[in-house]
Design a protein around this ligand. Structure first.
Ligand SMILES: [Zn+2]
Length: 331
């Protein structure tokens, strides 16, 4: 949350929530889990099962759940909500799926085909695993120096090293395997034991139970580092992979990292690929240039109370309307 949103959060009051019911709400998360896990713990905080269940209760009390199928068929009404999860982490199967089922809710899960079945992992998750491993070795200066040399990082403190290492450019991602080698860390064993991502079998079981899946690119790259042609291949590849493996006919897709710099050219090509495609962003309560682009709000932060969070997002929406930033502009 930025400074403005944080200020709004502090002045917002959960009793204002009834004022903000006449809307679609698309909350999204990545993971729900009761303890720490190496591949996520250094990237972002997340909610535990009690907090997630509480979110669902608040949402159900104030909004009507909409089935993804209704959304696909444009049968949407106001005062509704639909939850989605990005990145295809295993917890969507072992934690989230049973909770949603118990509440009679459906959801959309956006996945990266390359990581399904745990043969390789996302480079950002590898970075988190390495930081956790370095922590266990008390951030041995020798190791930090070796890693810094490989990525041309200049650091002063351990904290400085961590933040710079977390932000190494996408183009350097292939060097991460060298780090595992230096650390004598068996990443393949980690993937096999920890199983960070869902499997094809799990996806099939959830689909059979009325849950929906969408693409999230093949490998989760920062799209702004790719050409439009490469972006298209990453995006359509992930949607086609789902169609091919599971026989679905709908096209759902969520942009990885951010939808901020997505061009009109790319959007037009995606609409050309499937005129009924639904695209999901993460820009909060904003209006996009086409009603096939749905903007979502992250409810992942465990320190924010959901009622206050919804009120805050709506106050921020008012702020954006006043300052002319509610309507998203795309070049
Ligand atoms: Zn993602």
């Amino acid at each position: 949350m930025g400074i403005i949103k944080n200020t709004l959060y502090h002045i917002s009051n959960k009793r204002l929530l009834p004022l903000f019911k006449n809307q679609f709400l698309f909350p999204y998360y990545h993971i729900v889990r009761d303890n720490k896990v190496a591949h996520i713990e250094n990237l972002y905080p997340y909610k535990n099962t009690i907090q997630f269940k509480n979110d669902l209760e608040v949402l159900l009390k104030n909004y009507t759940p909409i089935n993804p199928d209704d959304l696909i068929q444009h049968k949407s009404q106001k005062n509704t909500f639909l939850i989605s999860f990005d990145d295809g982490l295993e917890e969507i199967y072992s934690v989230v799926y049973p909770i949603l089922k118990e509440k009679g809710l459906s959801a959309i899960f956006f996945i990266n085909p390359v990581y399904v079945d745990n043969n390789i992992g996302l480079y950002k998750h590898y970075i988190s695993i390495i930081i956790s491993h370095l922590k266990q070795r008390n951030f041995d200066k020798n190791l930090l120096d070796k890693i810094s040399k490989i990525f041309y990082i200049n650091y002063e403190t351990t904290g400085d090293f961590i933040s710079k290492f977390k932000n190494i450019p996408y183009s350097e991602r292939n060097k991460i395997n060298d780090i595992f080698h230096i650390l004598n860390f068996d990443i393949e064993a980690y993937l096999k034991e920890q199983k960070p991502y869902v499997s094809k079998v799990q996806i099939q079981e959830m689909m059979n139970d009325g849950f929906f899946f969408g693409g999230h690119t093949m490998t989760h790259p920062p799209l702004n580092k790719l050409s439009v042609e490469e972006q298209k291949t990453e995006i359509i590849g992930s949607i086609e992979w789902l169609k091919l493996n599971f026989g679905i006919s709908y096209s759902l897709f969520a942009f990885p990292f951010s939808d901020k710099n997505i061009s009109r050219k790319l959007l037009n090509e995606l609409f050309q690929y499937d005129q009924n495609i639904l695209l999901f962003g993460n820009s909060g309560l904003k209006k996009d240039i086409d009603n096939r682009i749905i903007q979502r709000v992250s409810f992942e932060n465990p320190t924010k109370q959901i009622q206050k969070h919804i009120v805050t997002e709506n106050l921020y929406k008012c702020f954006n309307q006043i300052t002319g930033k509610y309507q998203i502009k795309r070049k």
